[in-house]
Design a protein around this ligand. Structure first.
Ligand code: SF4
Length: 110
C-alpha cells in the first residue's frame, strides 16, 4: 500500500508559449497538437519515445501498439495516452507481425 496522488487541480497549463514554428492548424484541436498529461510525459521519457524513430523499420506506424487515426494525423499508443507520430518510435516497439528479428543488434550510440 501507500501511494501519493498529488493532483494539482483540474485543468491549468493554459500558459501560451511563444509559438516556435509549429504547423498546427488554427484553432487547435485533437490531433498531433493534443496536450499531453504529465503521466504520459513520464512514460514517454521512460520508454525513450521520440517523434522520429532512429530506425525507420521500427516506427510507430509499424508497431503493434500503434492506434492509427486516434489523433487525426497522429495515432495513439496503447502504452500511454496522448498522440504519437507515425514516424515516431520508442524502446518498446513491437512488430505487428510478431516476427522476431533474425539478429537482435543493440542500438549503438550515434
Ligand atoms: S510502443 Fe513505442 S513504437 Fe509502438 S506505437 Fe507506442 S510509442 Fe510507438
Amino acid at each position: 500500500m501507500g501511494g501519493v496522488f498529488a493532483l494539482a487541480g483540474c485543468g491549468g497549463g493554459s500558459d501560451n508559449k511563444s509559438g516556435a514554428g509549429s504547423s498546427a492548424p488554427a484553432g487547435g484541436g485533437t490531433g498531433c497538437d493534443t496536450p499531453i498529461n504529465a503521466d504520459s510525459k513520464t512514460l514517454r521519457r521512460n520508454l525513450q519515445y521520440k517523434e522520429k524513430a532512429s530506425d525507420p523499420a521500427k516506427k510507430c506506424s509499424e508497431c503493434a501498439q500503434y492506434e492509427a487515426g486516434k489523433f487525426g494525423d497522429c495515432g495513439g499508443c496503447k502504452l500511454f495516452p496522448g498522440p504519437v507520430r507515425p514516424e515516431g518510435g520508442c524502446a518498446s516497439f513491437a512488430p505487428k507481425n510478431g516476427a522476431a528479428p533474425a539478429s537482435a543488434a543493440p542500438a549503438g550510440s550515434g
